[in-house]
Design a binder for this molecule. Sequence first.
Ligand code: GLV
Length: 322
Amino acid sequence: MKIFITRKIPDPGLELLRKKYEIEINPYNRVLTKKEIIKGLEGKDGLLCLLTDDIDKEVISSESKLKMIASYSVGYDNIDVKFATTLGIPVSNTPGVLTNATSEMAWALLFSVARRIVEADKFTRAGKFAGWDPLLMHGKDIAGKTLGVVGTGRIGSSFAMKSKGFNMKILYVDGKKNKVLEEELNAKKVNLERLLKESDFISLHVPLISDTYHLIGEKQFKMMKKTAIIINTSRGPVVDEKALAKALKEKWIFGAGLDVYEKEPEITKELIHFDNVVLQPHSASATTDSRNDMAIMAAENMIAGLERKIPPNCVNPEVFNK
Ligand code: GLV
C-alpha cells in the first residue's frame, strides 16, 4: 500500500512506515496547498497529515482508495472527521505523548510573562543593564496565587498538577468534575466568569469546537484582574486576538503568553510590538522525545488502520461498527 505524508516528520515514525509501505513525503519544507495535497494523495491508501493541513471534504473525497487518515497532532479540528466517518475512513490523533511537553510550555510562558524574562533578556543584550536597580523589571509573584485552568483534560490536568510546590489556589472550568485535581490540589470547579474574575493566571486547555471559538473576547478580558496573565497553548481561535491586542495595549491585563494564533502563521501585528506578551511559534509539543513519540504513534495508528484494525488512537471508532 501507499501513503502520502504531507510534511517530513521525525525518522522513528517514517522508519516504521517504510518497512511496510511505499511512502511519499512532501519534498518541500513548507505547508502544502490544498491542490498539492490532493495531487500527493493520488493513488494513496493512507494520508498522514499535520494540523496545518485543511483536510476537508474535497481532500478526503479526492482519492477513492483512501482508507486511513493519521494526524501527527493531538488536535484535529482541521479534519472533517464527520465526513471521513460517513465514508468509513478512520481518523487518528496523537494524545498523551505530548501532554507534558505542552503543559511545560504553558508553564514556561507563564514564568516568562510573570517575570518578564524575554523583555529583560532583550534589555540586557541591548547593553542597558547599568547595575542592580531597586525599581528594575518588577514582575508578578507566582507562589500562593490563584491559577485558573480552563479545560482539565489531559493537558490542562497536567498543567494544574505541575503547580504543586507553588502552593497555589486552583480554580477550573470543565464540563466534568475532575476528582484527581480536587483531591490532590483542592481544586475548585467554578464557572468561567468566576475563574476569570478571581485568577491571577489563566491557562487555556480546551479543544477548538464551535462552543470554544472566541471563548475569550473583549467582555471576558474586562472581567479579568488588571494584574492577570493569560496563557494560550490550545488553539488560537479560542481567543479573539484583536480583543487580546486591545486588552494588552490598554493594560486591562498584565500580559499574555501565546503559542497559538487565530490565523496561523499570521499574527495580529500589534502583538509583535508589545513587551507584555511572549510569543512562541506553535511549538509547545516540540521536544525531541515528544515529537519522536508522536511520529511513532501516528505511524502505528496508520498501520492499524490500513490493516482494518481499530487504531489505538482512533477519534471515530464508530467506523468499525459499520
Ligand atoms: C498541537 O497543537 C497538536 O495538536 O498536536
